[in-house]
Design a protein around this ligand. Sequence first.
Ligand code: PMP
Length: 437
Amino acid sequence: NVAPNDLSAFWMPFTANRQFKKAPRMFVAAKDMHYTTSDGRQVLDGTAGLWCVNAGHARPKIVEAIANQAAELDYAPAFQMGHPKAFELANRLVDLAPEGLDHVLFTNSGSESVETALKVALAYQKVIGQGSRTRLIGRERGYHGVNFGGISVGGIVTNRKMFGTLLTGVDHLPHTHNLAKNAFSRGEPTHGVDLADELERIVTLHDASTIAAVIVEPVAGSTGVLIPPPGYLQRLRDITKKHGILLIFDEVITGYGRLGTPFGADYFGVVPDIMVTAKGLTNGVIPMGAVMVSKEIHDAFMQGPEHVIEFFHGYTYSGNPIASAAGLATLETYKDEGLLTRGAELAKVWEDALHSLKGLPHVIDIRNIGLVGAIELQPIDGQPTKRAFAAFLKAFEQGLLIRTTGDIIALSPPLIISESQIGEIVSTLSGILKTLE
Ligand code: PMP
């Protein structure tokens, strides 16, 4: 019986306590598109939990698969041993992933997937005799989780500042948030500068033979839904290929149907060397991540037993049976219900609905892609206001869950959302935006 404002109740005390202390908000149940609060209210999930519950809540097939697996084989050691469900899931993922990504390493989260990808990239360069390639390149406003590698390549300075040097030799590409005031971009760039060419500048500055990998989110999600200009990711692919640099896509948010395609790589038609996933892999229900790598990378590690031994990596719970069963049931649910392309079918409805908010007070930009959206509010003197958070509180009171980061309201509903529920989200937000101070 811990009070909601008691820090010990929360496993993210430093981020959660500020908000929980002021306004305890508790969910006690969830089904399909709705949460139930501790005071018995229904809240429409406009964020798929934390961008992860792509098939909606408490889906029977997934619930059943978890229960059955727990009864049948609850755990198998991740080292030296295997079990069929992990192999089955790996095979399904290879079928689903873009051509060329045909090996899988399982982890337990997005952050672990990022660390795994960075270690694979550095180890691969060493294995192929390119050990001088130790530099990693991220992107401003990139988010790659909370572990040391992830915050080093991540582009959020405040997340790094307490931890000294972190990984050395890291550079950051400029972000792709080319906001022109009142541009109301509809997923198109507000100007056409090819930001990817900045990578050529970094390559020239440091010498290509010192750079191991570039990591980007196809669409930067949690820092505000920053959609790259057309051609940007292809240009990154061309430059990295030319210079022997690995390209890593962090698809923790963009994976599993969020953009209306299985992965962001499919949406943009660009295949990375390494793809980082988590969240929607198990419908956000059981912690699990999967890092997919090219055959070329996999085969380099298999040249001889010493290479396999050299690269020591893996987690106690990697590919554990219950998570694997949840992953398989999740992929089946996506397939049975056509959810991996539903974001494309609904994209126009979603776009028109969001853009109907144009012209409301404080709204300076609206962005959308697949079933992701962002409504950006006007900062004051370049400083974020508390308006978006005020909108979050009002929306919660009115039965809608949204997410905010600075002045940006982000939306990413479960892919099972109906057109009328899209209408509901927009009409609730419209009412709120009209009354925001
Ligand atoms: N990468 C990206 C792009 C993410 O959005 C997130 C989580 N929001 C992570 C990594 C970290 O995932 P996790 O919280 O599961 O560690």
